[in-house]
Design a binder for this molecule. Structure first.
Ligand code: DQA
Length: 146
């Protein structure tokens, strides 16, 4: 089963949006780098983005049957969404939370993450490389049997 790599609101504007914080790379660039690494690791990925909380909840429900693990950058929903947290609690495989920026160096409202209550690992402040680090961690966890 593939790894779902899920991206929340405004990440479709990656590369255009606050490049001083999030960098110049687009989400399509990130998806391509993830696909190349997944290939090397012998894993499949399904890379998606939505600006809608309910759509992300439904992707996580779909993952229950269709994914071996979830890498998720919930973007602003990180700090607000009990619904995404609850959906992740209903998923049994590894979950790694990714933030491009170091949320702890930013406004205090970004310091709290609902998703971290479920995540097996959290990567923040490593730029878009964080997605690749997350995939490597998932490969390790899956090799250990989840
Ligand atoms: C983000 C950090 C969030 O606080 C913010 O709302 C985002 C992106 C990150 O990747 O650094 O949209 O998740």
């Amino acid at each position: 089963k593939p790894i779902f790599v899920l991206n929340g609101p405004n990440l479709n504007l990656l590369g255009l949006r606050q490049p001083e914080i999030y960098g110049a790379e687009t989400l399509a660039d990130v998806a391509a780098r993830c696909a190349a690494l997944a290939d090397d690791l012998g894993l499949g990925i399904d890379f998606r983005q939505s600006n809608h909380e309910g759509a992300l909840v439904e992707m996580i429900h779909e993952a229950r049957d269709a994914a071996s693990a979830i890498v998720i950058n919930p973007a602003a929903y990180t700090h607000t969404s009990v619904a995404i947290l609850d959906a992740l609690h209903a998923f049994e495989g590894p979950v790694i939370e990714v933030h491009i920026s170091n949320v702890h160096k930013r406004e205090s409202f970004r310091h709290h993450s609902y998703v971290s209550l479920r995540a097996d690992g959290v990567i923040a402040g490593c730029g878009t490389d964080g997605y690749l680090l997350a995939l490597r961690r998932v490969a390790t966890l899956l090799a250990k049997g989840g």
